[in-house]
Design a protein around this ligand. Structure first.
Ligand code: GLU
Length: 292
């Protein structure tokens, strides 16, 4: 089967070795299957994402010998696409506005519990809101998020029997209800990661999602959104995260050494690929180029 894979970074910092490991894996699985490797920029959060990080990531990935079809999809340029999905869910009674602040949520959760991805499960306050007050606040333009009515989504035929397949982890079952009423459009950004990632994978024909194991828990929720929207179920390949010498996972916020810094220090693409766990990447790129 020819795989369409993608590397979908959020440009909130510079790429580090963990990103390279993930990108090279996506590239390899596509190349070996005669498929396509896509690059997608997940920049809906315009406060945290910065244009210079986008320019840098294109340059770093090209330096590593990667290439990808143009144009690259930049999520921030496609907000109307996500709005259409939200309108569809709203029309079907699967979405409701939530006016709660973080503080309201923390205070309302008498026995707070957490979703499989570690986020706080929403206690459902605004789901039970008086319709007249809701209409009044909406008309007044009061800031709000949009949440999925999880119970309503789980009542759709087939929602309780969802599964997915992971190349490394095998067949998996899903319990999306553990996430509660997740946010699909934020107060500050009119979309959410879960919505955009599933929409774009479907739109771009991604049939193998390669990403780190930190995002594995979210897959149950993504399968539900795919089911609700009638989008195809891709195959998945969640890979272990790279760790530093002390065993801590590499992360931008902890100041993991950037590829840019490695380049500046004189490392070659070969050395960087080897450090990311792909010592034969550069030769695989030239083999792939010869066979085209
Ligand atoms: N944009 C996400 C991130 O940088 C990855 C999305 C995904 O691979 O599903 O963490």
């Amino acid at each position: 089967m020819a795989f369409t894979t993608r590397f979908a970074p959020s440009p909130t910092g510079r790429l580090h070795l963990g990103h390279v490991a993930s990108a090279l894996r996506g590239w390899r699985l596509a190349a070996e299957s005669g498929g396509t490797f896509l690059l997608r920029v997940e920049d809906i959060d315009t406060v945290r994402c910065r244009p210079e990080f986008i320019a840098d990531l294109y340059e770093d990935l090209a330096w590593l010998g990667l290439s990808w079809p143009q144009p690259v999809r930049r999520q921030s340029q496609h907000m109307p696409d996500y709005r259409r999905v939200l309108d569809n869910l709203q029309a079907r009674g699967l979405l409701y506005p939530c006016f709660c602040t973080r503080r309201d949520i923390a205070e309302a959760a008498s026995a707070p519990h957490h979703a499989p991805d570690g986020t706080l499960v929403y206690p459902g306050t605004c789901r039970h809101m008086d319709p007249a007050l809701r209409a009044e606040w909406l008309a007044a333009g009061k800031p709000h998020a949009l949440r999925l009515d999880m119970a309503a989504a789980m009542r759709l035929p087939g929602a309780r029997e969802l599964t997915w397949h992971d190349l490394g982890h095998g067949p998996r079952t899903c319990q999306p209800q553990l996430f509660g009423d997740v946010v699909l459009a934020r107060r500050d950004v009119p979309a959410s990661y879960h919505l955009c990632v599933t929409h774009d994978d479907a739109l771009q024909g991604v049939n193998l999602v390669t990403r780190g194991e930190d995002l594995m828990a979210a897959t149950a929720l993504h399968r539900l959104l795919q089911h609700v929207m009638g989008w195809p179920a891709p195959c998945y390949s969640h890979h272990p995260l790279l760790c530093d010498d002390t065993g801590r996972r590499l992360a931008k916020r902890d100041g993991a050494v950037s590829i840019r810094a490695m380049r500046a220090a004189g490392m070659t693409p070969q050395q960087v690929c080897a450090a990311a766990g792909w010592p034969d990447h550069i030769s695989a790129v030239s083999t792939a180029a010869r066979s085209h």
